[in-house]
Design a protein around this ligand. Sequence first.
Ligand SMILES: [Zn+2]
Length: 368
Amino acid sequence: MDKFLQLVQIDSTSGNERQIADVLAEELKQLGLSVYEDTAGKNVGTSTGNLIAHLPGNVAGAPVLMFSSHMDTVEPGENIRPQIKDGIIYSSGDTVLGGDDKAGLAAILEALYTIKENNLPHGDLKIIFTIWEEGGLVGSTNIEQEHIKADAGFVLDSNGDPGSIVVRGPSQDQIVATIKGKAAHAGINPQDGINAIQVASKAVASMKLGKIDNDTTANIGVISGGKATNIVPEEAVVHGETRSMDREKRAAQTESICFAFKQAAKDEGASVDIQTETIYPDIDLKENEPVVELATLAARNIRVELDLTSTGGGSDANNFNYYGIPTVNLGIGMKQVHTTSEYITIENLILSARYVTEIIRTGAQNQG
Ligand SMILES: [Zn+2]
């Protein structure tokens, strides 16, 4: 709990992780880990990289385990003053608490202290603290992959209680459509114009959005354009996304949105430029995957309720799976995240640390 309270009071909104990275790197070194800061920050215009730390194992033949949490928080995340009431930690109401994801950082550090103080058996451990997870998985997308080999990965960044294990999650496409119409005076010669906002409206109105099927969702989230009421707007920009547990369904849904833009532009004599990008891949881990079996066994050992679950969101676990490290996302009990009502119970902080310790201990017994 002390570690958690210390970490949430270090400001670290996305892109501003220098201070917390320095504190965490120093602490990992004190715990006997070698620490490398990668060049991910340089690619995205911040001074801070991902921290990649390594602790050599003290038993032979155990799988290499990776544990990861992100160092950044969402806004409003400056000057966080945690308050404790009846075993629950809140913010003071004008910021987030930052349990997302400092509860994960604290659990991993506490597990490392526990292992060291009790001289527990463990295999090789990789600890990865990422920058800029919020708003696009920027840190893990730009990570130096050659430094992060592991047999099984555990991201601590899900809002279920400890024992909740995310094994499935969708991939996501981002779509940006820029519609070009033609400007004209709205009162004198509107017939010479092509209203880009109206073209965008027709396109959006013709799309299937929301829940498409059990695997797939789609949304138009931002629409902007126009300069004044007396000008027929020349340009409108529309941002949307599609997600699916099935990558072919995602591609088809993205294609149908692109088609709607093209069709509306064609009908109205406008043009459209569309950019699409798959910003993260899906997660689909089976129950007999070693990482799922290890997470399950450790959860049973500490007697937390086991829940193998899916999510509609993305996390660094999506990227780690893509890089070839089978990785689950563990619930750490953070609640109402991304709001000023965010909170976490002290009990869940303790359980998460105990759970990480147990995964490491169980993994070391599970040789080969
Ligand atoms: Zn998070």
